[in-house]
Design a protein around this ligand. Structure first.
Ligand code: BGC
Length: 390
């Protein structure tokens, strides 16, 4: 990855380093989870500049086990995520690009923070308190992922921090009243925290001065065999959802909440992603209605990649998760010369349901002045020798 300037931010705990070198010894003896130098660390470096000469920073967070995540301030975007396999070999499990310029041109939302409204709003219209709002139309006749210049295409203000057993970056962004057609000044925070328990926590908060819909998520495409290492069809998946929201041709929910039972949508028991994908037109691109109801932090999904032994669990406070199998990847030139084709990555975007502002039977996505939007999602990594169990 090219960098023009490197400047360290203060982070590294003398104690953590000392403890770490002892732990490193026992870790490599015990279970060989890591073979490389590890220390809790945060770095910030310049990743690129926008056409308006704004600087884009790249933060590199490393935990005590050597897991490494890189996040850039443009779109508060996950650029890479290095996780070990069962032999201690690290691989980058997130799809993306090598350079900032490619992110600006890219259309896949690799790793990005998506907002003000993740997924689609039918015809880019909704009525709130008797007023009809018209949003940017950027996906056929619909509004997708916040419009032409969504939260994935703006610069977020980053502030690195360290905590006991964790490092992170807090990103803030003020979305102005009228931006992409949305009402109200919306002040947003996205905090990424990498813990020594191998969790990437993403917590979101927002407040507004006018009622507005809001639905924030992260759009990382994963391939647990390593980015660019073929398709994700042999990954095994569980989604804790008995229901999903069927969609029409334009991928807009019909409003129905349907059982997954006896359909290829059913991932309530571990199934490989590819086992029934041929029966789903175009591949999976659906919102699952989580059994938790979004009432508290709960396990939404678990994914296991058999050749590497990597497991990823997704916990969220949200009521839904968009399971998308990279159906529109059509030979995208990705990192390190890899080319991404259809189904070479999947996303598990924790969220409220698509088109909720037009669907009174879906959980509300309206944030009012005086209220606080809060969502927490955790991607947790571990290893297994065997198939995953429910
Ligand atoms: C949507 C897809 C869309 C993709 C864009 C996903 O969240 O569900 O329909 O094509 O984002 O990369």
């Amino acid at each position: 990855m090219k960098t023009e300037l490197v400047y360290f931010i203060s982070v590294f705990l003398a104690m953590a380093v000392a403890m770490n070198s002892c732990q490193k010894q026992s870790r490599s003896d015990k279970n060989k989870t890591s073979t490389r130098e590890v220390k809790i660390d945060i770095r910030r470096e310049l990743f690129g500049k926008t056409s308006g000469e704004e600087t884009v920073d790249l933060y590199t967070l490393t935990n005590d086990n050597g897991l490494k995540v890189q996040i850039m301030s443009y779109g508060a975007t996950v650029v890479s995520l290095e996780v070990p396999d069962r032999n201690g070999k690290f691989a980058d499990v997130a799809l993306g690009y090598d350079t900032f310029k490619e992110y600006v041109k890219g259309k896949a939302y690799f790793g990005a923070t998506v907002g003000r409204y993740a997924n689609r709003i039918a015809k880019g219209r909704f009525t709130l308190n008797g007023v009809e709002y018209k949003l940017a139309i950027n996906d056929g006749e619909n509004h997708l992922h916040g419009g032409n210049k969504g939260f994935d295409k703006v610069i977020w203000e980053g502030e690195p921090f360290k905590q006991e057993g964790a490092v992170g970056v807090k990103f803030t962004y003020l979305s102005k009243d009228g931006e992409e057609g949305y009402p109200g000044n919306l002040s947003c925070t996205v905090v990424y925290t990498l813990t020594d328990s191998n969790e990437l926590k993403i917590s979101y908060e927002a407040v507004t001065d006018k009622p507005t819909p809001i639905n924030l998520t992260n759009h990382t495409y994963f391939n647990l065999a390593g980015q660019g290492n073929g398709d994700i069809l042999s990954h095994e998946l569980i989604i804790n959802a008995d229901k999903f929201t069927p969609v029409d041709e334009g991928l807009i929910p019909t409003g129905e909440i349907r059982s997954v039972k006896n359909t290829p949508m059913d991932f309530t028991h571990p199934m490989t992603i590819g086992s029934r994908i041929d029966q789903v037109k175009g591949g999976y691109d659906h919102n699952y209605v989580l059994n938790s109801g979004g009432n508290s932090l709960a396990l939404a999904a678990r994914v296991y990649e058999p050749t590497s032994g990597r497991i990823m669990e997704v916990y969220t406070t949200e009521p839904g998760v968009q399971f998308y199998t990279g159906n529109f990847l059509n030979g995208v030139s990705g990192k390190q010369g890899k080319i991404y084709y259809k189904h070479h990555g999947f996303t598990l975007e924790t969220q409220h349901f698509p088109d909720s502002p037009n669907r009174p039977n879906f959980p509300s996505t309206i944030l009012n002045p005086g209220e606080k939007y809060i969502q927490l999602t955790i991607y947790k990594f571990s290893l297994s020798q065997n198939r995953i169990q429910k």
